[in-house]
Design a protein around this ligand. Structure first.
Ligand SMILES: *Cc1c(COP(=O)(O)O)cnc(C)c1O
Length: 401
């Protein structure tokens, strides 16, 4: 046997040991410009790459990390990812992944009911989940147009473009939700996309619109997991949609790439986006061909934590966002964009001349920025349960005159 393919306890232990070291400020390896003729060996390669790969990444679980929708991941997902890589199963083929396919079905079956859906499948992100849902909408409901708000994620316009569908963008109201007075009256050929947690503002569109169009899709990439928490009602009405997208690599703390596309009538939706091939024992459902066992890390996390464990972490993140909101509202020099609905706090100095000064003084990775209707705002996203909100508030205070 080629030993490079065998279980190597020393090598794997070394890789794990390196994870515990602090490589901040270390230089990257001196990599050759061209593919090397001869290899350095696996152990040497692991040692050489550790400082740049481990030291060169933003630490999403750091106390001041509160900027983006990318969460830190729990250690159980690191362990299962290692197993996944070693097995390299392909969920396209039941023969190579008999159990992994069942585990994906189980994890989808666990989560779909929270959204009023009866099934679906995993995708590498909500970009692909949105595309898949709108593809089903085109096949099942004969839609010719996709309607979403100006605050919708760019993946919606992208999906319409790929699918050859018209795209209509509806203005937002002052809170960042779709201004429903601007919707066309005839939606009989339309897929209406409602966003649950707009990427910039965290705003939620009005779900009482669900069911009014030929197809309703809810893009719950960010805020979907609130359904597992005491904030489930923030997304009340989602169950009237025909499909939903949820990114597990956002608020379910999964490593990339992990998301779900869910359907009200999965049998019909899947049939519309499935292709058989002579060499395939089971039909190929959805956009991807070969794909890996992302479901196993999600299943492991849900088994380890239970719904309670997920809820507790998301609710803690919501508490952190509310602390920041309270600080902004109480501060005479700061202004809130709108009440945060899904753990995203958007704020700015009342004096716009202070914006760049604040930006440059804030700790790297603590805060992101966004532009809404031509105005620059700071944006904080509560994706990190280990964030120390007092540290962030102190950092913001220090930037102010
Ligand atoms: C992040 C996001 C997406 C895209 O999801 P990916 O998982 O990054 O592909 C779509 N919609 C919304 C609202 C998002 O926040």
């Amino acid at each position: 046997m080629d030993r490079e393919f065998a279980f190597n306890s020393d090598g794997l232990h070394q890789a794990v040991e390196l994870m515990g070291l602090d490589f901040t400020n270390s230089e990257g390896p001196d990599l050759p410009m061209e593919l090397p003729q001869f290899g350095v060996g696996s152990m040497a390669a692991v040692n050489a790459l550790a400082p740049s790969i481990l030291g060169g990444a933003a630490r999403l679980g750091e106390a001041t990390s509160f900027a983006h929708m990318d969460p830190p991941t729990p250690w159980i997902t690191w362990a299962i990812t290692l197993w996944n890589a070693s097995l390299n199963q392909n969920l396209l083929h039941p023969a190579t992944a008999p159990v992994a396919r069942q585990l994906e079905e189980r994890v989808v079956a666990w989560l779909a009911p929270f959204f009023g859906m009866n099934g679906g499948h995993m995708t590498p992100g909500s970009t692909v989940a949105n595309l898949t849902a709108l593809w089903s909408a085109r096949e099942c409901a004969g839609i010719t147009e996709v309607i979403a708000s100006d605050g919708a994620h760019l993946s919606i316009a992208k999906a319409a473009h790929i699918l050859g569908l018209q795209y209509l963008s509806v203005p937002m109201d002052a809170n960042g939700s779709m201004d429903t007075t601007r919707l066309p009256s005839n939606l009989s050929k339309s897929a209406l996309v409602l966003t649950a947690g707009a990427t910039s503002t965290g705003a939620i569109d009005r779900f009482d619109l669900a069911g009014r169009a030929a197809w309703t899709h809810v893009d719950a990439a960010w805020a979907g997991p609130l359904r597992l928490s005491k904030y489930a009602n923030v997304l009340a009405g989602i169950e009237a949609a025909d499909s939903a997208a949820v990114s597990a690599h956002k608020w379910l703390f999964q490593p990339k790439e992990s998301a779900l596309v869910l359907f009200k009538d999965t049998e019909r939706a899947h049939a519309a986006v499935s292709f058989g091939g002579a060499y395939l024992a089971a039909p190929n459902v959805g956009v991807l061909g070969s794909h890996g066992a992302a479901a196993t890390t999600l299943l492991a996390t849900l088994l380890a934590w239970g719904r309670e464990g997920v809820a507790q972490r998301i609710e803690h993140c919501m508490d952190l966002a509310h602390c920041l909101r309270d600080f902004v509202v109480a501060h005479e020099r700061l202004e809130l964009y709108a009440e945060p609905q899904t753990g995203i706090v958007v704020w700015r100095p009342k004096d716009e001349n202070l914006f760049d000064q604040i930006l440059h003084k804030l700790p790297l990775g603590s805060t992101s920025t966004t532009t809404i209707a031509g105005v620059k705002w700071f944006r904080n996203v509560a994706a990190n349960p280990s964030a120390d909100i007092n540290l962030l508030i102190a950092a913001i205070q220090k930037t102010l005159p």
